[in-house]
Every structure is written in C-alpha cells, then in structure tokens.
Design a protein around this ligand. Structure first.
Ligand code: RP5
Length: 161
C-alpha cells in the first residue's frame, strides 16, 4: 500500500496531528511523519514534496497554523493529492483556514475543518481505497459501526432528558 506523508509546521501542532496518525494506524495504513515548515525550512519542505511520489507516498497530509502555507507549498511540489489541516493556534484558526484553502487554480489543497485531523486521515484513507478493495471494505465497516453506535444511543436518549 502507498504511504501517507504527515507533515507539520511545528511540534506545537502535534496534539492535533496525533489524531490523524491514530486513525491511519486503526486502518493499518503506513505513514511517515516530519516537521517541515514552509517558512523555517523551505528547502526541506520542497524536497519532500518533490520526491514524495517516487518515495512511495500516495497522499500528503499537511498541518500548519497562522500563516499556514505548508499545505500549499506541498501542493506546489507534487501532483499527489494534498490534504490541508488548518491548525487553530491563533484567531480560532480562521487565519490558517483561509491560508490553506484559498489556493490558485491548478494547485488544489483539499482542506478539512480547523483542527480536523481525523477527517484528514479518513479522506486520505478514502483516496487510497480507490485502488485498494480491502481498505474500502474497512472504511465501509467503520461507517456501519458508526451508524450502529448512534442507533444504540438513540434507544436510550429519552432517559438522558
Ligand atoms: C506554524 O505556525 C506552525 O504550523 C504552528 O501551527 C504555528 C506556530 O508555530 P510555533 O511558533 O509554535 O513553532 O508555522
């Protein structure tokens, strides 16, 4: 299976990013993680993006806050799908959300919600599942379990009110 690259701008992003790694582990998806900043280590960030496809990656998840240019910088260096996680480290994450999502035509970043690390991982899994039937089945089973859990809670909700 192709790997997922998880790139974060700073160690201060770790508490959010860990949730993405957790989901990938649950699905048995291999991943590699790095701290590369679009501003503090631009050469390393660029080199990762440019070499990612040849290095066996299928998707890149990039998390950054504030002037969050990391996902865009990744997207500029590769035609692999890039998923951006805007980190809510200032302005409730609105600064990072806009910096991540407002990409020019031709260089897309699939942007999830502020601190939406779990959905970044689910989306990465869905992208890999396009060509991986076993992973697609795991995703379907996870959705069925979600639904069953909610319906179980529904039976008892009246007792909580
Ligand atoms: C961004 O700036 C990082 O992704 C982080 O979310 C934010 C603050 O970084 P630190 O100053 O905490 O390292 O580049």
């Amino acid at each position: 299976m192709k790997k997922v690259g998880i790139i974060m701008g700073s160690t201060s992003d770790l508490p959010v990013v860990k949730k993405a790694a957790e989901v990938l582990r649950d699905f048995g998806i291999p991943y590699e993680a790095h701290i590369y900043s679009a501003h503090r280590t631009p050469d390393e960030a660029r080199a990762f993006a440019v070499n990612a496809r040849a290095g066996g990656f299928g998707v890149i998840i990039a998390a950054a806050g504030m002037a969050a240019h990391l996902a865009g910088a990744m997207a500029a260096g590769t035609t692999l799908p890039v998923i951006g996680i805007p980190i809510g480290s200032s302005m409730n994450g609105l600064d990072a959300l806009l910096s991540t999502v407002q990409m020019p035509s031709g260089i897309p970043v699939a942007t999830v919600a502020v601190d939406g690390a779990k959905n970044a991982a689910f989306l990465a899994a869905e992208i890999l599942a396009v060509t991986d039937e076993e992973l697609a089945e795991k995703l379907a089973a996870q959705r069925a379990k979600n639904a069953a859990d909610i319906l179980e809670k529904d039976k008892n909700i009246i007792n909580e009110l």
